[in-house]
Design a binder for this molecule. Sequence first.
Ligand SMILES: NC(=O)C1=CN([C@@H]2O[C@H](COP(=O)(O)OP(=O)(O)OC[C@H]3O[C@@H](n4cnc5c(N)ncnc54)[C@H](O)[C@@H]3O)[C@@H](O)[C@H]2O)C=CC1
Ligand SMILES: O=C(O)[C@@H]1CCC=N1
Length: 266
Amino acid sequence: MSKITIIGSGNIGFSLAKGLVKSAQYLPADITLTRRSVTALKEEASLGFITSDQNAVAVSSADIVVLAILPQQLKKVMEEIKTTVRAGQIIVSVVSGVSCADVKAVLGEDIPVVRAMPNTAIAIGQSMTCIATDSATEEQVARVEALFESVGSVVVIQEDLMTSATALCACGIAFFLRAIRAASQGGVEIGFHAHDALKMAVQTAKGAADLLLQTQNHPEGEIDKVTSPKGCTIAGLNEMEHNGFSSAFIKGIKLSAKKAGGLYNE
Ligand SMILES: NC(=O)C1=CN([C@@H]2O[C@H](COP(=O)(O)OP(=O)(O)OC[C@H]3O[C@@H](n4cnc5c(N)ncnc54)[C@H](O)[C@@H]3O)[C@@H](O)[C@H]2O)C=CC1
Ligand SMILES: O=C(O)[C@@H]1CCC=N1
């Protein structure tokens, strides 16, 4: 089994580590997690992961190195590891707005770099992860694909669509979570206790997503089955649209995609 080092055990790095172990394809002992201080890695250590605050050392024993730090932190980290990484390893960057070329410009042109854009559902094996590269081989991409297939679904895309994938999938999970929260708040206004309203909203959202996944039907086809003539569903749906529901969602995704491009050089 590959040894994996995740540089940056934050929200996404630690979620990835937990998802890999949950998949039963990796043991905690196969995964090294780093932060600037080991004292901040107590939870990780208690779960059996190898922990370190020495990025260069942590990288040296890995087959796959995942860069999971903020774009603003990446240059410093790459300077730390650039003399340790070697062409036999694969560098996977989940950092938004940083190209494979940006990474290779520091780590070396011979270093295989694959970008991956997962979301936080990776912790429970339900990520939607997009993968792209500019020059890694098919075999290297297949290894990264297999890694992320063990924690969700994967689509291999062109690198120029990576910021779009960031908005739709990585940021997207927050948009759907907010939609569920809004539904539960509506539920409270019409008579349910908050706990019940949230449970109802969550299961209804899960049912909607599973319906599309399992039938492969178009959402509008499924909506047509719910909207009885002169009924209450179409009344509610049209009221939401009059208030800009689809428009707000689309505009939010477009702005996220614009922002996803640009924190590396700030
Ligand atoms: N949070 C998310 O849902 C997603 C985030 N991303 C990308 O992943 C990257 C990380 O994002 P988050 O996990 O949200 O950020 P975060 O701030 O939660 O995690 C970053 C981690 O890196 C650590 N760190 C900082 N400097 C370090 C250094 N020199 N050596 C080792 N560790 C260091 C921090 O202590 C922190 O634990 C970002 O580039 C983001 O664009 C990508 C997909 C989804
Ligand atoms: O909000 C962000 O910038 C990061 C990238 C995608 C998800 N979280």
